[in-house]
Design a protein around this ligand. Structure first.
Ligand SMILES: Cc1cc2nc3c(=O)[nH]c(=O)nc-3n(C[C@H](O)[C@H](O)[C@H](O)COP(=O)(O)OP(=O)(O)OC[C@H]3O[C@@H](n4cnc5c(N)ncnc54)[C@H](O)[C@@H]3O)c2cc1C
Ligand code: FES
Length: 219
């Protein structure tokens, strides 16, 4: 959670994923969405930003002999990038989706760390035309049962994408985990503003999440 300004306006901190980290340094990857991120964009080297974090859980560890598949929609690549870096020796496949070529992120960075990415864009301006979930569906349909049973999916993206992915994971009986990005206010579990409905009642994205198993979520 970043305080984007030193005076109390905007009052609420803004949540971001850890994009890359090294020791106590970290990077975020962000899109200017509104006032807070516009203020962030104008920061200069040496400016001070208050940080609360890291908060919440992370993606579960991969067991041996499991093949990781990463699925990102738009800025969903942000929390998955350092996971891809860590899993590089397991040959993950990174399904990367965006509305169009201009909004595709991190393709060069993924290539530079030796990760194979498969691309889908809504308008077909890069990779295959369609959603990243339909591309994953095609891929899984072409795989043998043995490979499918060894897959584990890690994802982040807009809620409709995650909902579709949840149905796909159910169809292929694959475990899938996703980082959720509900709007947040406090970030520390106090306001309940970020709760999502799960089979075990409401859970706070900032505290019990942001990563949940997709079969736990009630859409
Ligand atoms: C756990 C988590 C991780 C996130 N990681 C990243 C990240 O790595 N990079 C990044 O760019 N953004 C990320 N976001 C979204 C980011 O927090 C918002 O874009 C940001 O708070 C907007 O602040 P703002 O003041 O610029 O815009 P505001 O003026 O607050 O809002 C502008 C627009 O953005 C929308 N918005 C606000 N919060 C969210 C949200 N959580 N999800 C989707 N839309 C939102 C609002 O509905 C509004 O339409 C994350 C959100 C969460 C909850
Ligand atoms: S943001 Fe307040 S409980 Fe999660």
């Amino acid at each position: 959670m970043l305080s984007v300004d030193r005076c109390l306006d905007p009052l609420l901190k803004r949540p971001f994923s850890l994009f890359r980290k090294s020791g106590s340094d970290f990077q975020i990857l962000y899109r200017v969405a509104g006032r807070g991120t516009a203020i962030l964009k104008d920061k200069k080297a040496g400016d001070i930003i208050k940080v609360l974090g890291p908060l919440g859980n992370g993606f579960p560890k991969l067991k041996s002999k499991i093949s990781p598949i990463l699925v990102a929609g738009g800025l969903g690549v942000a929390p998955l990038f350092s996971l891809a870096e860590r899993l590089a020796d397991k040959n993950p496949i990174f399904f990367l989706g965006a509305r169009n070529k201009k909004e595709l992120l991190c393709t060069a960075e993924l290539k530079s760390i030796g990760i194979k990415s498969v691309i889908a864009t809504d308008d077909g301006s890069a990779g295959e035309k369609g959603t990243v979930v339909s591309l994953l569906n095609k891929f899984l349909t072409s795989c043998c049962l043995r490979l499918i049973s060894s897959c584990l999916v890690y994802a982040c993206g807009p809620r409709p994408m995650l909902s579709e992915l949840s149905s796909l994971a159910k169809k292929f009986k694959i475990n899938a985990y996703a980082a959720f990005e509900e709007n947040m206010a406090c970030g520390i579990g106090a306001c309940l503003g970020c709760a999502v409905k799960t089979v075990n009642g409401y859970k706070r994205v900032c505290k019990e999440g942001p990563v949940f198993s997709l079969d736990e979520i009630i859409w």
